[in-house]
Design a protein around this ligand. Structure first.
Ligand SMILES: Cc1ncc(COP(=O)(O)O)c(C=O)c1O
Length: 425
């Protein structure tokens, strides 16, 4: 059996690390250093030539230079990160936003068109609308409900199609759990690619990855992560990642070197530790989410539950996407309380164990109010259209005892007074 045949969860325990290079230490040490000593000046010259892609070094081994360019903890972490998605290479970043921003800036130029799915994480929405448009990129949104034909109509004129450079997808959509068909967009991208220009597909896989959805297998070129979430998994680090082909990730790494958006050695080490328990943490959280979704869907003060297991039921198109693309219903859910912002706030303020905080994918459960928190910057009308309203609460399910979580949700719902007209219904 070859080493590469082991499952990712097995490989998280040692892949890419040679104890012989670190005094036999079972675990990879933290290489807390900004720079590395060259054996000779000639060696330093060679490493710099290799870093700048100078030809003639194809058979040489690249050495360590400076921690903005390379560091053992960052490199071993990247080797492990790429395994879950079956990518050729990964790049690790200081945050999910730096992974997203560095990637988009690498491939988009003034005049290019970026097509993106709605809703997306508020920070990404702000970045593409405020920063990318400032640099002359045209950004066009679509929703999970738009068919291929409707998206072609949205893109409109031929001139605009020629400028289409990237399709950016977040699926399941945050916070509504709508599903986007990556394979369909891969075909659409192929329709508008030619020998001179390839339309790239980037997928933010933070909600389901890297365990339950593998976008590269469905035709995506790049997978992006807020590693702050499930990958880190303990709400104690901020980090990000990009996974894809050697060709594309190498380009992203060049931009990262100039922006200085790389991950630091200590955070890399913490993520390596987190990756060892990634699968069991995510599976435990998903089991809890299923029970909480069931409880909420039967509760008289809850109007609607946005849980993947319910989103695709009775919707053949969404069900097909689920069957083809996903391995789990995940651990993220949102729900509308009967009433509005006042009632949602009353629920959030009454929670005793579940923390009122943004972010997701940690061992502890977190609840937040998307309309005024994570998605605050999205224009009101757009949010209404996407069902991100005052009555919505988002829940990231942790790994606590599920009976404790349901007890907390139940007691907080008891404190909510539903407006009279609603009760009359
Ligand atoms: C889906 C998604 N993508 C990206 C990000 C940004 O990641 P970070 O906070 O690590 O910069 C977030 C943060 O909440 C997110 O939820």
């Amino acid at each position: 059996m070859k080493k590469s045949a082991f499952s990712p969860e097995t490989q998280m325990l040692g892949y890419g690390y040679d104890p012989n290079l670190s005094e036999g230490s079972v675990k990879c040490p933290i290489f807390q250093t900004s720079t590395f000593v060259f054996k000779t000046a000639e060696e330093g010259k060679k490493f710099f030539e290799m870093a700048h892609g100078k030809p003639g070094h194809e058979k040489d081994h690249m050495g360590l230079i400076y921690s903005r360019i390379n560091n053992p903890d960052m490199e071993i972490l990247e080797e492990r990160l790429r395994l879950w998605d079956g990518g050729e290479m990964a790049a690790a970043f200081s945050s999910g936003m730096s992974a997203i921003a560095t990637t988009l800036i690498t491939f988009l130029s003034p005049g290019d068109v970026l097509l993106y799915s709605n809703p997306i994480y508020g920070g990404t929405h702000k970045f593409i609308h405020r920063i990318l448009t400032h640099f002359g990129v045209e950004v066009i949104g679509f929703t999970a409900k738009d068919s291929k034909e409707e998206i072609k109509k949205i893109l409109g004129k031929d001139e605009r199609l020629e400028r289409l450079k990237m399709i950016y997808i977040e699926t399941p959509a945050n916070p509504t759990n709508d599903l986007i068909d990556i394979a369909m967009f891969s075909k659409l991208a192929a329709d508008y690619s030619d020998s001179e220009k390839k339309v790239l597909i980037a997928v933010d896989n933070t909600y389901m990855g890297p365990l339950w959805q593998h976008p590269l297998k469905h035709g995506a070129d790049l997978v992006l992560y807020s590693a702050t979430k499930y990958i880190g998994g303990h709400s104690d680090v901020i980090a990000g990642a990009a996974v894809g082909s050697k060709e594309l990730i190498s380009k992203i790494k060049k931009t990262r070197t100039f922006f200085g958006t790389m991950i630091d050695p200590h955070t890399s080490w913490l993520l390596m530790r987190s990756l060892e328990t990634l699968k069991i943490r995510m599976e435990a959280a998903a089991l809890n989410a299923a029970k909480i979704a069931e409880f909420l869907s039967d509760h008289p003060k809850v109007e609607k539950v946005y849980y993947l297991g319910y989103t695709y039921k009775n919707n053949p198109d969404q069900e097909r996407i689920f069957e083809e693309q996903y391995q789990s219903n995940g651990a993220m859910l949102s729900f509308d309380i009967k009433g509005g912002e006042k009632e949602a706030f009353s629920f959030l303020n009454s929670l005793k164990h579940i923390k009122l905080a943004v972010s997701l994918g940690g061992t502890e459960s977190l609840a937040e109010h998307p309309a005024t928190m994570t998605h605050a910057d999205i224009p009101f009308e757009e949010k209404e259209k996407l069902h991100i309203t005052g009555k919505m609460v988002r829940l990231s399910t942790g790994i606590e005892n599920v009976d404790d979580l349901i007890w907390d949700i139940e007691q907080a719902l008891k404190k909510v007074t539903i407006p009279q007209p609603e009760l009359a219904l």
